[in-house]
Design a protein around this ligand. Structure first.
Ligand code: ADP
Length: 252
C-alpha cells in the first residue's frame, strides 16, 4: 500500500518513502538480531554446562595420575569454559536490553549505587578501594539496567587501577534538561585515541591475562544509556585516571 501523509492524505515523496522503508527494515533486522543473540546465547549454556561438568569430573578422577602436561591441559580447558560462561552471560545481558524493555519508573540513584556495590561485593570498609558518591538524584529509568551501568563503570574503575589503591567517585548534576553523571577513577587511564572504540563490543585494550573481562561491559552501558535517551563518553589520559560521563533526560 502506498504510504500517505496522515493530515492531508497526500502521497509521500518517493525519497521519503524509501527512507522510511529502509528505517523500518533496519529496525526489524536489529530486533531479529537481538532475538537471535538472546536465543543463541541461551542455547549455548546447556552444552557448555555438559563440557564443563565432564572436564571437572575428569580432573577429579585423573588429576596427578597422568603425566604433568595432562594436568595443565585440563586446567587450560577448564579456564576456557569459565571464560565462555562469562561471555555467554554478558551476551545474554546485552541481548536482553533490547528484548526485555524493562519498566521505566521513578528510580532512586542512591539505592542503585548501593545495589551495584552489593552486587560487586564491595564493602564500604574500603578494602577493595574507596567508592564514594555525592548526593544522587531520583530519575526515570529501568532500575535493573541502571544498576548494570553503575556496576560496570565502578567495577572497571576498581579493575583498571594503577599503583595506588583504587578510588572511585560518583556524582551527578543537572545540566540543560538532563542529569549529567560522572564516575571518576584514579586508575591507569585511557589514551584519547581509544576513547570511542572501547564502547564497541569486544574492544579491549589489554589481554585477558593482564586484566580479566569480556569486552562487553561498556557496550552494554552504551546500549542502556542510549535506550534511555542519553549519551555516554569518557575523558581520560593514559596514566591519569578516567572519568566516564553519561546523561539521562530529566523527564525520561
Ligand atoms: P572489560 O572490562 O570486560 O574488558 P569493557 O567493555 O567494560 O570490557 O571495557 C572495554 C575496555 O576499555 C577495557 O578492556 C579497558 O581496556 C578499557 N577500560 C574500561 N574502563 C576503563 C577504566 N576505568 N580505566 C582504564 N581502562 C578502561
Amino acid at each position: 500500500m502506498v504510504e500517505r501523509t496522515r493530515r492531508v492524505g497526500k502521497k509521500l515523496p518517493r525519497k521519503k518513502r524509501k527512507a522510511r522503508l529502509r528505517n523500518k527494515n533496519l529496525r526489524r533486522s536489529k530486533t531479529e538480531l537481538e532475538h537471535f543473540a538472546h536465543i543463541a546465547s541461551h542455547e549455548l549454556q546447556e552444552p557448555l554446562r555438559i563440557v564443563k561438568g565432564y572436564l571437572e569430573l575428569f580432573k577429579a578422577r585423573y588429576h596427578g595420575k597422568l603425566d604433568f602436561e595432562a594436568d595443565d591441559f585440563i586446567a587450560y580447558a577448564l579456564e576456557g569454559t569459565v571464560r565462555m560462561e562469562r561471555l555467554i552471560a554478558d551476551l545474554l545481558l546485552y541481548a536482553r536490553v533490547g528484548t526485555e524493555a524493562g519498566n521505566i519508573q521513578s528510580t532512586d540513584c542512591e539505592a542503585v549505587f548501593d545495589l551495584a556495590l552489593r552486587n560487586l561485593g564491595v564493602n564500604m570498609d574500603g578494602q577493595c578501594g574507596l567508592v564514594t558518591h555525592d548526593p544522587l538524584p531520583v530519575v526515570r529509568a529501568a532500575e535493573p539496567q541502571l544498576v548494570q551501568v553503575f556496576q560496570n563503570l565502578i567495577s572497571n574503575g576498581i579493575k583498571f587501577h594503577g599503583k595506588e589503591r583504587p578510588s572511585i567517585h560518583v556524582s551527578a548534576k543537572r545540566k540543560g534538561g538532563e542529569w549529567l553523571f560522572s564516575v571518576r577513577d584514579n586508575g591507569i587511564g585511557i589514551d584519547p585515541k581509544d576513547a570511542e572504540r572501547i564502547f564497541a563490543m569486544f574492544q579491549r585494550l589489554h589481554g585477558v591475562d593482564q586484566y580479566p573481562g569480556t569486552g562487553i561491559g561498556l557496550a552494554l552501558c552504551k546500549k542502556i544509556v542510549e535506550r534511555h535517551g542519553g549519551r555516554i563518553w569518557v575523558e581520560s589520559r593514559a596514566g591519569h585516571g578516567a572519568t566516564f560521563y553519561f546523561t539521562l533526560p530529566e523527564r525520561g
